[in-house]
Design a protein around this ligand. Structure first.
Ligand SMILES: Cc1cc2nc3c(=O)[nH]c(=O)nc-3n(C[C@H](O)[C@H](O)[C@H](O)COP(=O)(O)OP(=O)(O)OC[C@H]3O[C@@H](n4cnc5c(N)ncnc54)[C@H](O)[C@@H]3O)c2cc1C
Length: 541
């Protein structure tokens, strides 16, 4: 709180990809900009997506042609500007005689997709060629399939890179800081906001020439959508995460779920495989951590078992789950969740601009639209200033005696931009190796602990690096080594470390485990965890 200025040109509320994208662009335009985030940066939807930077083939089918066009354009730009963070991924689409889209429907959709990207990147495979790539899929009634290319990202790291670069451009960004109310003058013009330490309670008023509310699913708490016909409709999407050994795919697979004919993805990511997603109205308290329900898990298991019958997949083989809330602007009517448009919407009320909806992929377009809406209050943003910018360059590395392959270096550059050099410079040689079972280097942990506003262990293990989603039980087995590496840069004593590891494990089981799975082992281990926690709490007292 003490680092927050009393005034700025632009105050952004919300530290997901939308807020971070605006922060980055506004910094580049020379504005004095402040961003506040109630939890951690990327805590909301922006760390819980399917991690695709894609045009969204299915949006073509639903007639959202402009959204697909913008998204494909952004995909191409991000692939160029952020290698190592945004990487190409091949998709396979099997074609079955008895269900799902047929060959000519797919050919038409993929041709339009390629036309938008202005490059041909799909091809038809006969059944035999498809089976060489996907030997475990259902062979009955398989006639062939398509291969095409899209891209994927580490979503939370995209947000963190935008925040880090925005800070280097002079902006201030604070996590664990809640905007509790919008400040207005006698004429009702927004002049800033009252913000509060989320965990401490101290308050501070930040004056601003204009305020952007980029709080995703929570946007209507600060300002309701003014059109009676529209409202925010939070839609929950959940994924199961399998170890690659259990679901061995090298390419992503898109297929149609037998129950409701919705498109489901199987996506290899960072050494694990995501299966998702669901698309349901979220009727639970928006302030509670979203989590997968038993029905969603059963639905996803049923889908993936139908496609890969020979693998005998079950919930026991999942290492984690992931649930997020789509901030979808509903245009009313009786649309099913998947029929709702993913386009974003901006509304403005006397200096308070609210932006919601959109996609991770199109974050920059969304950010620029928000800044356009801010132009009346920030006249220095004349037409032409509001142009997309790229990422800062990542200069060439590192001393020759540092043993880091080009792929690992590109990965670091993608995730840390110009700071990749610091990750390496501060590392001990033995920490420039990957954490087993992941591509994450041990060295990333102390770097993030020292430089990236980590307040809790889940910030570090679920969003700065993603090992909480990549390793069984959130990486529990590595906690002792993580403690040895990170306690000092975090400034945490032993007591704080133990408190944080308990908090982390509890949080992980609620948000990323399967808390409703009541196998005898899970009941026993839950009971054991509770007893262990109580015992340590007693000791600490
Ligand atoms: C399951 C799922 C899969 C998806 N897959 C993809 C995909 O593959 N590709 C793609 O392009 N898009 C995808 N999306 C969509 C994309 O993830 C979202 O559109 C995007 O992340 C929304 O970002 P946001 O910044 O608007 O919201 P959020 O990321 O939710 O950020 C809003 C932030 O505001 C904060 N906040 C709320 N109230 C306050 C307050 N009063 N003060 C301060 N801060 C506050 C919240 O804590 C939160 O961190 C997916 C979405 C879901 C749910």
């Amino acid at each position: 709180m003490t680092h927050l200025p009393d005034s700025c040109d632009l105050l952004i509320i919300g530290g997901g990809v939308t807020g971070a994208g605006i922060f980055h662009e506004a910094g580049r335009m020379g504005l004095r900009v402040v961003l506040v985030e109630r939890h951690d940066f990327a805590w909301g939807t922006s760390s819980r997506s399917s991690k695709l930077i894609h045009g969204g083939l299915r949006y073509l089918k639903e007639g959202h042609f402009l959204l697909t066009r913008d998204a494909v354009k952004e995909r191409e730009r991000l692939l160029n500007e952020a290698p190592g963070l945004v990487t190409p991924i091949a998709f396979l689409v099997p074609i079955y005689k008895n269900h799902g889209p047929g060959r000519w429907t797919l050919e038409a959709g993929l041709s339009i997709y390629d036309l938008l990207a202005q490059k041909r990147q799909h091809r038809y495979l006969d059944a035999e060629a498809l089976l060489t790539q996907l030997p475990f899929i259902d062979r009955q009634a398989l006639t062939g399939g398509y291969e095409f290319w899209d891209a994927q990202v580490d979503d939370a790291r995209l947000v963190l890179r935008l925040i880090a670069e925005g800070r280097r451009l002079g902006g201030t960004a604070a996590n664990y800081t809640t905007a509790v109310s919008i400040r207005r003058d006698a004429q009702g013009m927004a002049t800033g906001a009252v913000v509060q330490e989320t965990e401490g309670g101290a308050t501070h008023t930040i004056g601003a020439r204009t305020v952007i509310n980029a709080t995703g699913c929570w946007a209507e708490a600060l300002h309701p959508e003014p059109s009676a016909k529209k409202h925010l409709r939070p839609l929950r999407g959940s994924h199961l995460i399998f170890a690659h050994d259990a679901l061995p795919v090298r390419q992503a697979v898109s297929f149609v779920h037998p129950e409701d004919q919705r498109a489901i993805f199987v996506i290899p990511w960072e050494g694990v495989v995501l299966v998702g997603t669901t698309d349901l109205d979220h009727d639970r308290d928006l302030n509670l951590e979203p989590a997968i329900t038993r029905e969603e898990a059963d639905y996803l298991i049923e889908g993936v078992r139908t496609l890969f019958p020979s693998l005998g997949l079950s919930l026991d083989q999942c290492i984690a789950s992931l649930s997020g809330l789509r901030p979808v602007i509903s245009r009313g009517g009786n649309r099913s969740p998947s029929e709702e448009s993913r386009e974003h919407d901006v509304w403005e009320d006397r200096g308070l601009i609210t932006i919601a909806g959109g996609k991770l992929t199109t974050y920059r377009k969304v950010a620029l639209d928000a800044l356009k809406a801010a132009q009346p209050y920030l006249p220095e943003l004349k037409d032409g200033t509001v142009e997309p910018s790229g990422f800062e360059a990542c200069q060439d590395p590192i001393a020759e005696d540092i043993d880091l392959g080009p792929e690992a270096w590109q990965r670091l550059c993608g995730r840390y931009g110009g700071d990749a050099r610091i990750v390496v410079a501060e590392a001990r040689p033995e920490d420039l190796l990957p954490i087993p079972g992941t591509q994450t280097l041990w060295a990333e942990l102390p770097y993030c602990a020292a430089h990236e506003s980590v307040q809790h262990l889940d910030d570090l293990l679920l969003r700065r690096v993603r090992i909480g989603l990549l390793l069984p039980e959130g990486g529990k087995d590595y906690l002792p080594r993580i403690g040895r590496l990170c306690r000092e840069p975090l400034g945490w004593g032993l007591r704080r470390w133990h408190r944080e590891t308990f908090r982390y494990q509890e949080y992980w089981h609620q948000a990323h485990g399967f808390p409703w799975l009541k196998s005898p082992e899970s009941i026993l281990s839950k009971r054991f965890r509770q007893l262990k926690r109580r015992f340590i709490q007693l000791l600490l007292r």
